[in-house]
Design a binder for this molecule. Structure first.
Ligand code: C2E
Ligand code: MG
Ligand code: MG
Length: 541
């Protein structure tokens, strides 16, 4: 709020005393002015309105009303001297003028009182969170703005990691009350010079002096840990992370807290209670820039498909390919590990899966894989299961393209199946109704529950490349892989081994009775136009 407005809003005792003196002086001055300029017939009487207005602004409607009466009396009946002869003023005229002074004084005073109250409410909402009534960032920035000579300080972000769970558990209102209680406890612990302000429902910004920070940070964290917060009868555990910025210019307040925010996110991600900002934390954020570029990349066809052969180990012929997406990002090719996990955290993964499926369908037709009885496997992400319309639209596209029944199969990982069993079962049902086979990808990597898979329409199991690659050197892995292959066969599944890099690995898998293989030993993922060349070369072997 600017200084003049602040002064008018809240003049303070001293200013009130000064304004009483100004009003008294102005009453006398104006009376004198009216007197020496010929009395009432001249327009100088109007200057009295200014006096009444000053009283309305600084002292309220009633004092302004009284000022109006005094002003009216002074330049009315009490001013006996009228310069123009024969023009003495009627009593009713001076009463009328006095009435107007009082009316203007009371009305303006009342109006200003109302405006001041409204401004005070607006200012409160501007500087405090509406739900919790905790001072917010505006409050803090306003307080800092008035300080012409800022000292270096430590910026600290206190992040509540489990705020979503807490809100779901106790509701927004009760959570607001918990935040207010927490804020009060934090303020009780810190010195009165420290600031602790509300940023949003999961963050407080705290400003400490360097000295206080070094003294209190450890006890402060212990204090937060044992804070007893209860909502009704529900005891609450607050899982927090603290990010700290120790560097920089005290003038760049928001930048300093940006650093402490980044550090608190880093702390949360790495399960730390406390992290001090350094520039390497920002690297974590560069992936988000990539995420922002993805929608455009999909639109502009910067994504492209590669295909890696899957070989039938009994006949040594190519049975199909796995479709693996790539991103031509400026001058680099990005591999899926660099952007798929990011996209999987958002709904963008649905667009990618849809794009991949359309591309695979069109490649299947363009490169005429039909003649080679090819199966192309497409990877589906967990988040895709939450979008039944996506699966239906993919199925519809495959149907419209009139590809052979066997042409497309879908790879999903075990974790995808286990994390959302109901959605997975629904999707598998929709797919199997369309005769689209399901391959369980990266088997052995996580849950490895063949018992659960028994009831699902799965055709193949793909052994994770982590196992395949160790099969020669590690006896236990060999025993495990052999057991998986035998069990899978007994349950009626075909087995694919991914990550075959050497002849030795291949031979071991053939000995174990593995059905299909995929890996650099056969071929790396390739552009679709290279497939027929690769097939020709390999059929001559
Ligand atoms: P994945 O489905 O298990 O795919 C196999 C990965 O292993 C591929 O990596 C492939 O290039 C790599 N690979 C194959 N043979 C060998 C080998 O002999 N040695 C080694 N070291 N690696 C081998 P890529 O293409 O980088 O894909 C990584 C993961 O990204 C895939 O794992 C899959 O989970 C995901 N992904 C790839 N494309 C897509 C896609 O279009 N959609 C979705 N949702 N995920 C995809
Ligand atoms: Mg796969
Ligand atoms: Mg895999």
């Amino acid at each position: 709020m600017n200084k003049i407005l602040k002064f008018i809003m809240n003049p303070g005792r001293k200013a009130k005393r000064v304004s009483i003196a100004i009003i008294a002086f102005s009453l006398i001055l104006n009376t004198f002015l009216v007197y020496i300029t010929g009395g009432i017939p001249s327009a100088f009487a109007h200057t009295m309105y200014l006096t009444v207005l000053i009283a309305a602004v600084f002292l309220g409607p009633w004092v302004a009303g009284v000022t109006g009466i005094i002003a009216g009396l002074l330049i009315g009946p009490l001013m006996t001297y009228v310069l123009l002869p024969g023009h003495g003023e009627e009593f009713s005229s001076s009463l009328y003028r006095t009435f107007y002074f009082v009316l203007i004084g009371i009305t303006m005073g009342d109006l200003l009182l109302f405006l001041k109250k409204q401004l005070a409410i607006l200012h409160l909402h501007h500087t405090h969170d509406v739900l919790t009534n905790i001072p917010n960032v505006n409050y803090y920035l306003e307080a800092k703005r008035d300080n012409d000579n800022p000292n270096p300080f430590v910026a600290l972000t206190l992040q509540i990691n489990n705020h979503e769970e807490l809100i779901v558990l106790i509701g927004n209102e009760a959570y607001g009350a918990i935040l207010a209680k927490m804020h009060q406890l934090i303020c009780n612990f810190l010195s009165p010079e420290a600031y602790a302000v509300f940023v949003d429902e999961r963050r407080f910004w705290i400003e400490l002096s360097h000295e206080e920070y070094h003294h209190v940070i450890e006890p402060f964290m212990a204090y937060l840990e044992q804070m007893n917060l209860v909502s009704g009868t529900i005891p609450l555990y607050i899982d927090y992370s603290i990010g700290v910025s120790l560097t920089g210019n005290p003038d760049d307040i928001v930048d300093r807290f940006h650093e402490s925010d980044v550090a608190s996110m880093y702390a949360k991600k790495h399960f730390l209670k406390h992290a001090i900002y350094n520039q390497s934390h920002e690297k974590d954020q560069s992936s988000f820039i990539l995420l922002g570029e993805l929608p455009q990349a999909i639109k502009e066809n910067q994504l492209f498909m590669t295909y890696q052969p899957i070989v039938d180990l009994k006949t040594n012929t190519c049975q199909g390919m796995e479709a693996l997406v790539r991103w031509q990002h400026k001058n680099n090719i990005l591999y899926p590990g660099g952007f798929i996990p990011l996209a999987e955290k958002t709904r963008l993964i649905n667009q990618i899966t849809e794009w991949v499926c359309m591309k695979v369908i069109s490649d299947y037709k363009t490169y005429d894989f039909t003649g080679s009885n090819f199966v192309i496997s497409v990877n589906i992400s967990q988040r895709n299961l939450y979008e039944p319309l996506l699966i239906e639209s993919i199925v519809e596209k495959i149907r419209m393209a009139a590809l052979p029944d066997y042409a497309i199969e879908v790879e999903i990982t075990e974790s995808t199946l286990m994390l959302n069993k109901q959605a997975a079962e629904n999707m598998l049902k929709t797919l199997s109704l369309e005769k689209i086979s399901i391959v369980l990808d990266d088997f052995g990597n996580e849950y490895s529950s063949l018992a659960y898979l028994r009831d699902l329409p799965i055709k193949k199991i793909k052994i994770d490349r982590g196992f395949t690659m160790n099969i020669v050197n590690n006896n236990n892995t060999r025993i495990l892989v052999k057991a998986i292959i035998d069990l899978a066969h007994d349950m009626g599944y075909a087995v694919v081994a991914e990550g075959i890099e050497t002849k030795e690995i291949l031979n071991t898998l053939i000995e174990m009775g593995c059905d299909y293989g995929q890996g650099y030993y056969f071929a790396r993922p390739m552009h679709p136009s290279d497939i027929s060349g690769w097939m020709e070369k390999n059929s001559k072997k």
